[in-house]
Design a protein around this ligand. Structure first.
Ligand code: SF4
Length: 258
């Protein structure tokens, strides 16, 4: 970051200037626009959880993960303090990720069912995972201001994915609300009033400029609060992911055991 550039305007200035996803990620990881989140992510990286005392925490914004020509986007909420904020990769190193990657593997959208660290060999097929807030928030709750400050990163990521992106799965109501203006900025027409989040929601957004439409799916978040209580089961998650993959033209196997 330039020493002359105020931290709070960094995303709005830097994200639109990125010409590739790799370039976007490189700019993103230097972002310090949200003072509360910068403090929290770095505090978590300093103090660590006892089980991860020997880890060198990432402690920075976590970029999206997956190929730059993905057909499906998966949009979560924000990194977990001792999960992605520790490992530096989306949904990597926590129970939410275990749940998500197992489902992606079942559908042939990941080459392995586990995600433990950045060099564990995990590869996604046709899917890119991202979030509307890229730094770990206290209590997993970003403020509306932090969500809005981070939006240029998501909007640019979706814009750069647009040539190949045909569907998106949004995990939870926070992500759903956050992604709508980002999708509009990226070139899709979002109706007003905006579509309401529901697990299993399926909406087609036409492109604002005559390009390919995007099929949007709602899914409960893979948080432990949902998966431990059975609100979201592996079968429910697989069903939404399979529909999104199919809508995007990715081959998926038939229904498996629940
Ligand atoms: S949450 Fe987003 S905008 Fe805020 S500091 Fe992190 S990367 Fe930057």
């Amino acid at each position: 970051m330039s020493t002359f550039e105020p931290a709070h305007s960094y995303p709005a200035r830097q994200a639109p200037a990125a010409g590739t996803l790799a370039g976007l990620d490189e700019r993103l990881i230097h972002c310090r626009a949200c003072p509360r989140l910068v403090e929290w992510r770095e505090e978590a990286a300093r103090t660590k959880r006892r089980a991860f005392a020997d880890w060198d925490y990432w402690g920075r914004p976590v970029p999206g993960f997956g190929p730059p020509d993905a057909a499906v986007a998966l949009v979560g909420l924000a990194p977990a303090a001792h999960g992605a904020n520790r490992t530096g990769r989306m949904f990597t190193g926590d129970r939410s990720g275990d749940f998500l990657y197992a489902a992606l593997y079942d559908l042939g959208l990941a080459n392995q069912p586990t995600a433990t660290h950045r060099d564990d060999g995990l590869e996604l097929r046709g899917v890119r995972i991202t979030s509307p807030v890229h730094c770990a928030p206290p209590a997993n709750r970003p403020t509306p201001e932090e969500r809005d400050t981070c939006r240029p990163w998501l909007a640019r990521e979706l814009r750069l994915l647009r040539p190949t992106l045909r569907s998106a799965v949004v995990l939870g109501a926070f992500g759903w609300q956050a992604v709508m203006p980002a999708l509009a900025e990226a070139g899709w027409a979002v109706s007003r009033p905006r579509p309401v989040f529901a697990h299993g929601a399926r909406i087609t957004l036409p492109a604002a400029d005559g390009g390919a439409p995007l099929t949007l799916f709602g899914c409960y978040h893979v948080s432990q609060q949902n998966t431990f209580t059975g609100r979201l089961t592996p079968a429910m998650l697989r069903e939404v992911l399979a529909a999104a993959a199919e809508a995007a033209g990715l081959p998926v196997p038939g229904p498996g055991p629940s």
